[in-house]
Design a protein around this ligand. Structure first.
Ligand SMILES: Nc1ncnc2c1ncn2[C@@H]1O[C@H](COP(=O)(O)OP(=O)(O)OP(=O)(O)O)[C@@H](O)[C@H]1O
Ligand SMILES: [Mg+2]
Length: 425
């Protein structure tokens, strides 16, 4: 060992030793030098070890940093939404590829740029104003906006901009996510359009129904008016047209036209949602309906018998109620004529028991066939030939009684015919 040391000393310091003839002191000195070298080696070894460990740790830390960076990148790239982050000066610090598609430039060229460097002034101004709003409030801001891609197609975005904070809670800038809601937006718009269309249609249908009903209610008084005019002509031809006759005819005609105009008012009220119910006398209301149809009943030799309490009062809509009676009477009359019943009869009974007021309208036309009795209240159900019935008479009647007067309208077949009962409790 000494040889090596002696050679080293000669080489680096120019000191020569005669190895074979060394005094014990020199030998001791050499040993001490040798020891000190060994100590230095050990220290070096230790240092090397420490360095190696640190380097390993650094490599591991570096690897972990690279991994988390890559993971973050994968996350932002995998999300189908547009992601971007800006500093407090609104300069881009990063984005995902969805954003660079929208901007029309590669992601690495976006970093450090502002909205005005990338987008049209219109969009840049809009984005900046949104940024400003977020920075001023320090609260996440939501915005909906149409944006056009460089290829010309547009998309409707829901953008959320939130403060971007570091681990110490200091503001670094903002982070934004834009979600493409074009489909949802189109669906909502479609729905809105459909809805307003539906409202329009239903209003139209209601109007149509109203016109249909007025026409329906006018049939009788119109026929009666026609008859009246014919009678005046005949009376004139026979020389019977005196003052009294003319006066009576004019009065009758006036009454009919007043009724017709009342019908319009009644229906207008019926379609007016905020109508006020009132107390009315049932007998009077039924009587009004009978009077309206009486000319044609007489003409068709139909006897009508009306019995019952003349004082009964109910809460509701008297004109509508008269219309119901009119519908039921017209139906009975139609069946009596259709089936050529020899002694045509309609009975109207009015009475009250502990629970309710009952109004029954019965005819002797033979009743309703079992197969259809369930359907008579359905809208547009009619057994009458085209032009003679629309099938809304009973539907309307049931609606008036059950929806507007909270009563019930039912039908049964009796031994002689159909019996419609209105029950008002
Ligand atoms: N008194 C009755 N006797 C026998 N069948 C009846 C009677 N009343 C109604 N019906 C039957 O019920 C159906 C429906 O009546 P509804 O009043 O709703 O319509 P419609 O009389 O046919 O037409 P609209 O009244 O609209 O002019 C009638 O077509 C008829 O077949
Ligand atoms: Mg009818």
């Amino acid at each position: 060992m000494h040889r090596l040391l002696v050679a080293q000393l000669k080489k680096s310091h120019g000191i020569s030793f005669d190895i074979d003839n060394m005094t014990p002191e020199v030998q001791k000195l050499l040993e001490l030098i040798e020891e000190s070298y060994k100590d230095q080696d050990r220290e070096l070894e230790l240092l090397e070890h420490v360095l190696a460990t640190s380097s390993n740790e650094l490599t591991a830390a570096n690897r972990s940093l690279t991994n988390s960076h890559e993971l973050l990148k994968s996350v932002t790239e995998s999300i189908a939404d547009i992601i971007f982050y800006k500093d407090t000066e609104s300069r881009y610090m990063g984005c995902n590829k969805r954003f660079s598609e929208l901007a029309g430039i590669p992601a690495n060229e976006i970093i450090g740029k502002s909205d005005h460097d990338i987008f049209d002034k219109k969009y840049a101004d809009l984005f900046r104003s949104m940024d400003k709003k977020m920075f001023e409030s320090s609260q996440p801001q939501l915005n909906r906006e149409w944006i056009t891609y460089p290829d010309g197609h547009s998309a409707y975005f829901l953008t959320l901009k939130s403060p971007l904070l570091n681990s110490r809670g200091e503001l670094l800038g903002l982070v934004g996510i834009s979600h493409d809601i074009t489909k949802e937006h189109e669906m909502t718009e479609e729905l809105k359009a459909k809805n307003s269309m539906l409202i329009h249609q239903s209003r139209f249908a209601a109007m149509g129904e109203m016109i249909g009903n007025i026409a329906h209610q006018w049939r009788q008084p119109l026929n009666a008016l026609g008859l009246l005019l014919q009678n005046i002509e005949i009376a004139y031809q026979h020389g019977d047209l005196d003052d009294a006759y003319l006066d009576r005819s004019v009065k009758k005609g006036t009454r009919l036209t007043v009724q017709m105009s009342q019908t319009i008012d009644d229906f207008r009220n019926f379609f007016r949602p905020n109508k006020i119910a009132e107390m009315f006398n049932i007998h009077d209301s039924v009587h009004k309906a009978i009077e309206l149809i009486r000319p044609s009943l007489v003409n068709d030799e139909i006897a009508i018998t009306f019995t019952g309490d003349q004082t009964l009062q109910v809460m509701g809509f008297p004109s509508e109620f008269s219309q119901v009676i009119l519908n039921l009477l017209t139906n009975a009359k139609d069946e009596l004529i259709e089936r050529s019943i020899p002694h045509k009869n309609i009975y109207i009974r009015l009475h009250q028991d502990k629970e309710a007021i009952h109004i029954e309208i019965e005819d002797n036309a033979g009743g309703i066939r079992d197969e259809v009795i369930e359907k008579v209240f359905d809208p547009y159900f009619s057994t009458k030939e085209e032009g003679k019935g629309t099938g809304i008479g009973l539907y309307m009647s049931k609606t008036i009684i059950e929806n507007n007067m909270k009563g019930r309208l039912i039908v049964t077949n009796t031994s002689q015919g159909a019996c419609f009962s209105i029950i008002l409790s």
